[in-house]
Write a protein that binds this ligand. Structure first.
Ligand code: PLP
Length: 421
C-alpha cells in the first residue's frame, strides 16, 4: 500500500497541509498568454526568480548611484566584503564549513581553477576519471586539462560507464576500474548528481574509494546544490564546484560556488592561479605587498566580483534560510515520491523512469524515458502549458522544486502527459 493516492483530491490535500506551500507566492511563476501559471518543471536548468531579488539588486544600484566608488566601504552592504554575506548560508546548504566555501566566477571557470590546483599529473599518474554521461562542459574541461599538460585526451580520459542495458552507474564497476588502473589516475571528477539520469552519487563512498587508491576526488555539484544534502565536508572530497542559477534560483549565468576541503585550507605547496582577491584582505590595498595568500576557499578568488549578480544570490539564499533547507529536502522527497507514484500508475510500458527509485540516490529530478518518442512529444507537452527539458534521444527531465512547485502541479503534469501519450 502506498501512502500516495491517485485523484486530484489527494494533491489538493497535500498542498493544503504543506507548511512550505506559501513560498510559491514568493516567486514569479511564468504564465501562458492567458495569464495562467505554466507548470514549470525546469528548476534543474534555470530556477525561478524570487520576488525579493529585484529589491536586493535595486539596493546595490541605489548605492552605486548615490555613492559611486564609496559604495565599496560605505554602502549598506559594503561591496568590499559582499561575497562574505553569502558564505555562511551557502556553506550550510552544501554541508561545509564557511572556511571551505566561496562564491566566485562561473562554474566551468571554477572547475578549471580547481584543476589547476588539484590536477597535478605525474608521468605515472596522470589520468582523469569521469562518469560516462558527464555534463558536456565538464568533459570538455577535463579533456582540455589533459591536453594542457601534454597528454592525449583520449588515452588520458577514463569513463565510468554504466552496464549494457542499464542507465545508472554502478559502484562495483568503479571499484574494478580503480583496482585495475587506480595508480594511473590522478583525478576523479564526477557530477555529484548526474544531470541526465538524476542519479545522486554517494560522494563519501567515491571520495574514500578514490583516496584509497591515491587519487584526488572532486565533484561538480551543479545539479546537487540546493537540491540534495551534499554534506561536502563529511564526504571528504578534495574540492567541489556548483552553479547558483539552477536550484539556487540566482538568475541566468549567475556566479558559482567552490568548496575546498579544510585539510587544504592553508597549504602553500598547491599550485594555483592568483589575483588580488586571493590576497590577504588586510593588506590588499597597499598594492605593493608581496603575495600573502588568504586561507581557505577564499584564497582561490581572483577578481573583485560582480555585485549585482551576488545581490541576486543573496536574495535567493535568504529565501532558503527562511524556508530551511532540511524542511525543503523533506518536502522534495514527498513531491518526487508522489510524482514517481503517479507515473507508475500510468502502467504504460513505453515509459520508464531512469532515475534511481531509492529516494536517497536522487534529488527532485525524475528523468522519464519514453520509448519510440521524439521531440514532437515534448512539443505537445509544451503546448499544454508544461515547461520541461528534452534530452535526445528520448528523455524528458522534470524537476519539481519544493520551493515553488505544488502537488497539484504534479497531478496536472501527469494528467496532461497521459493525454498527450
Ligand atoms: C549546468 C552545468 C554546467 C554549466 O556550466 P557553466 O560554466 O555555468 O556554463 C556545467 N557542468 C554541470 C555539471 C552543469 O550541470
Amino acid at each position: 500500500m502506498s501512502y500516495y493516492k491517485t485523484g486530484k483530491d489527494f494533491a489538493k490535500a497535500q498542498d493544503k497541509n504543506d507548511q512550505l506551500a506559501h513560498f510559491r507566492n514568493q516567486f514569479h511563476i511564468p504564465k501562458d498568454e492567458h495569464g495562467k501559471d505554466l507548470i514549470y518543471m525546469t528548476g534543474n536548468s534555470l530556477g525561478l526568480q524570487p520576488k525579493i531579488t529585484k529589491d536586493y539588486i535595486n539596493e546595490e544600484l541605489e548605492d552605486w548611484a548615490n555613492l559611486g566608488v564609496e559604495g565599496h566601504t560605505e554602502g549598506k552592504n559594503p561591496w568590499l566584503h559582499y561575497h562574505e554575506f553569502l558564505t555562511e548560508t551557502m556553506a550550510e546548504i552544501v554541508g561545509a564549513k564557511p572556511l571551505e566555501v566561496v562564491v566566485m566566477n562561473s562554474l566551468t571557470a571554477n572547475l578549471h581553477l580547481m584543476m589547476v590546483s588539484f590536477y597535478q599529473p605525474t608521468a605515472k599518474r596522470y589520468k582523469i576519471l569521469i562518469e560516462a554521461d558527464a555534463f558536456p562542459s565538464d568533459k570538455y574541461a577535463v579533456e582540455s586539462q589533459l591536453r594542457h599538460h601534454g597528454y592525449d585526451d583520449n588515452e588520458g580520459l577514463i569513463l565510468w560507464e554504466s552496464r549494457e542495458d542499464e542507465e545508472l552507474a554502478n559502484y562495483e564497476d568503479l571499484e574494478t576500474i580503480l583496482e585495475k588502473q587506480g595508480d594511473e589516475i590522478a583525478l576523479i571528477m564526477i557530477g555529484g548528481v548526474n544531470y541526465y539520469t538524476g542519479q545522486f552519487f554517494d560522494l563519501k563512498r567515491i571520495a574514500e574509494l578514490g583516496h584509497k587508491h591515491g587519487c584526488i576526488v572532486g565533484f561538480d555539484c551543479a545539479h546537487g546544490a540546493g537540491n540534495v544534502q551534499l554534506n561536502l565536508h563529511n564526504s571528504g572530497a578534495d574540492f567541489a564546484v556548483w552553479c547558483t542559477y539552477k536550484y539556487l534560483n540566482s538568475g541566468p549565468g549567475s556566479l558559482s560556488g567552490a568548496f575546498v576541503h579544510e585539510r587544504h585550507a592553508r597549504r602553500k605547496d598547491l599550485n594555483r592561479f592568483t589575483g588580488w582577491w586571493s590576497h590577504n584582505k588586510e593588506t590588499r590595498f597597499r598594492m605593493r605587498d608581496e603575495f600573502d595568500q588568504l586561507p581557505g576557499a577564499e584564497g582561490w578568488q581572483l577578481s573583485n566580483p560582480p555585485i549585482l549578480s551576488m545581490a541576486a544570490i543573496r536574495a535567493s539564499l535568504d529565501v532558503f534560510k527562511d524556508a530551511g533547507f532540511d524542511k525543503l529536502c523533506l518536502k522534495s522527497k514527498s513531491l518526487t515520491g508522489y510524482f514517481e507514484f503517479l507515473i507508475n500508475q500510468l502502467n504504460n510500458s513505453d515509459i520508464k523512469i531512469i532515475t534511481p527509485s531509492n529516494p536517497e540516490e536522487r534529488g527532485c529530478q525524475l528523468s522519464i524515458q519514453v520509448k519510440n518518442a521524439d521531440k514532437s512529444l515534448h512539443k505537445k507537452l509544451t503546448d499544454t502549458g508544461i515547461i520541461t527539458d528534452w534530452r535526445e534521444p528520448d528523455v524528458i527531465r522534470c524537476a519539481p522544486v519544493p520551493l515553488y512547485n505544488s502537488f497539484i502541479d504534479i497531478y496536472e503534469f501527469v494528467e496532461r502527459l497521459k493525454n498527450v501519450l
